[in-house]
Design a binder for this molecule. Structure first.
Ligand code: MSP
Length: 548
């Protein structure tokens, strides 16, 4: 049976327009999901928007519109962007959805109702706290937050003295358990270098998590089921999306979760800024409270950030990059390709429009576009567009076939062929090295271009004795292009169809993602282009982008 994949991303805050960082994460998850579908694995890809909170409430007030209207407008921009960028998800997590609100409330009630021997909730308690509070960052400050001169720096904005009663979720008592989990489950966090960072944070874990805000201060949230004076604040709302929108989850203790566990544990694709403490500390402890076993904890795929000239991208600095405008200027495929090739999964990278153009021109316009164009032109010029001798072997053809097979193997090695999470294998069954994986089809296209120069089909065409070899060479090129299209299809969602269309292959599935299967990336009879196959006409697929 194929392995099921439940893939999620962070849900994006709806207090501002989407930027290239949001787009990167969604495309990364989309490519992983598409790769898994290409393998034939059942996939459920969940993404969405985080719609509650103080910032939204304030922005809506400023604009003089109700918060729901405010988030609906921003949400529509995210939805339109994912459509434009071909981010294809199966579930949409919007935290104002009534179903989500109901599950968050049921979970709070469940944790409140689970009493210890003294009749106190095992997980939650109410307590009064007073001290310095940062209005901008919405948190109490301790002496740790003071700078060298003993003050709270500008980053905290206005700091006031505040006394407030709130609900807390017990964290500190789970420290040893969490440390043991991190040590024992080496697939809990990937890439592995993030593990030490989390471990250090857990070792320092002291306090508990404040999970409420009095309604007088924050109205735009999910009301506590057992205390109407409070709404739940940030993480008990946002993190729960990963289960509330998963197929088959029920918050009631003892519920039948068989359907849910066909999908869960999830792969959470998140940025490095929300590993500690949210996803690495709060979330596993919340799941533990809900009865999840150690084996049922998710895998966190932690990606790096896109920066601008080494600096953080931010609305206040005014240096954010708009993915929507980029897709209009260069095409969605160009944006997807750049974001997947110019970064190592897990590391940071610098965004540069000039590099986007350079990479497009070199890999797609020159290497791949040229190969497609030259191949089709030659098949039309010398053979009326018809491939023959599909089964022909010969040294030249054997060489190109070997190259293709090696490339397919290397591609799969970079992306993984095992299940996820793979609790038994020493090395993880799923890898996420998209940039290295993409070097394989592009490398194959380069090899094919060199092969053309070496075999000089134009010379073979002039000699009657060269016919057989000419046919074999042209077949090998067309067949390689078919394989390149399959391997690129998770990233180049449109161009992969363009290549198949020009090869006149599987036309009955034009524009359908199901057109591509990894198992078709093979020269075996029945998979390969058949003898006598008629190719389509060449049309430029990747016109060069000229510098403005
Ligand atoms: N709403 C929270 C997440 C809740 S998940 C239960 C949030 N939202 S966010 O809009 O600020 O960020 C959404 C995702 O985008 C995060 O994973 C974050 O790391 C990622 N990115 C935000 N800026 C980024 C870059 N500049 N580069 C890459 N990813 C970045 O956090």
């Amino acid at each position: 049976m194929a392995d099921r994949f439940f893939i999620t991303t962070a849900i994006d805050y709806t207090n501002g327009a989407p930027h290239i960082g949001h787009a990167y994460e969604k495309i990364l998850a989309d490519v992983i999901a598409r790769y898994r579908r290409l393998r034939g694995d059942p996939v459920f890809f969940l993404t969405g928007v985080d719609q509650h909170g103080q910032k939204v409430q304030q922005s809506a007030e400023k604009e003089g519109v109700p918060p729901q209207q405010f988030v609906d407008t921003i949400t529509a921009r995210f939805v339109a962007l994912w459509k434009k960028l071909d981010v294809r998800y199966d579930g949409w997590a919007a935290t104002t959805a009534p179903s989500h609100r109901a599950i968050v409330r049921a979970i709070l009630q469940r944790l409140w109702d689970e009493k210890d021997a003294n009749g106190q909730s095992r997980w939650l308690y109410k307590a009064k706290r007073s001290g310095y509070y940062s209005v901008r960052q919405e948190q109490f400050l301790t002496d740790k937050e003071r700078n060298a001169s003993g003050e709270f720096g500008e980053e905290w904005g206005e700091v006031i003295l505040l006394e407030e009663e709130n609900y807390y979720f017990r964290l500190a008592e789970h420290r040893e358990w969490l440390l043991a989990l991190i040590d024992r489950r080496d697939d809990f966090i990937t890439p592995p270098f993030r593990r030490a960072e989390l471990r250090n944070a857990v070792e320092r874990l002291a306090g508990d998590l404040c999970i409420s805000r009095p309604k007088s201060r924050l109205a735009w949230g999910i009301e506590f089921p057992f205390d109407r004076g409070f709404v739940t604040y940030v993480w008990f709302d946002a993190l729960v999306n990963y289960i509330s929108f998963a197929p088959g989850y029920e918050p009631t203790p003892g519920a039948d979760l068989r359907e849910f566990h066909q999908w869960w544990p999830a792969l959470h694709v998140i940025g490095k800024d929300i590993l500690v403490p949210a996803h690495g500390v709060y979330w596993p402890i919340m799941l533990k409270a809900l009865g999840f076993t150690d084996e049922q904890m998710p895998t966190l795929l932690v990606h790096g950030w896109w920066n601008i000239s080494g600096a953080k991208m931010s609305k206040s600095l005014g240096n954010t990059v708009d993915p929507d405008a980029l897709a209009d200027r260069y095409s969605p495929d160009a944006v997807r390709y750049y974001l997947m090739t110019d970064i190592v999964t897990g590391k940071d990278a610098d965004f540069s429009e000039a590099l986007l153009v350079a990479r497009y021109n070199s890999d797609l316009a020159n290497t791949l576009g040229n190969l497609l164009n030259r191949t089709l032109n030659m098949v039309w010029r010398y053979c009326d567009g018809i491939l023959s001798d599909g089964a022909a072997e010969g040294d030249a053809l054997a060489e190109i076939r070997q190259a293709a097979e090696n490339r397919i193997r290397a591609y799969c090695a970079e992306l993984g062929s095992g299940s996820l999470p793979d609790r038994t294998a020493a090395s993880p069954g799923a890898r996420f090295q998209i940039a290295s994986a993409l070097q394989q089809p592009i490398g194959l296209a380069t090899t094919c271009n060199e092969f053309i120069d070496k075999c000089a089909p134009w010379k073979l065409a002039k000699e009657p004795a060269g016919r057989g070899e000419l046919n074999a060479v042209l077949f090998g090129l067309a067949e390689s292009l078919r394989i390149v299209a399959i391997l690129l299809s998770p990233v180049l969602t449109r161009a992969a169809h363009g290549i198949f269309d020009q090869l006149n292959w599987k036309m009955e599935q034009a524009r359908d993602e199901a057109r591509f299967h990894l198992s078709d990336a093979s020269w075996e009879a029945g998979k390969r282009l058949p003898n006598g196959h008629q190719l389509g006409k060449p049309t430029p697929l990747f016109p060069r982008i000229e510098a403005a």
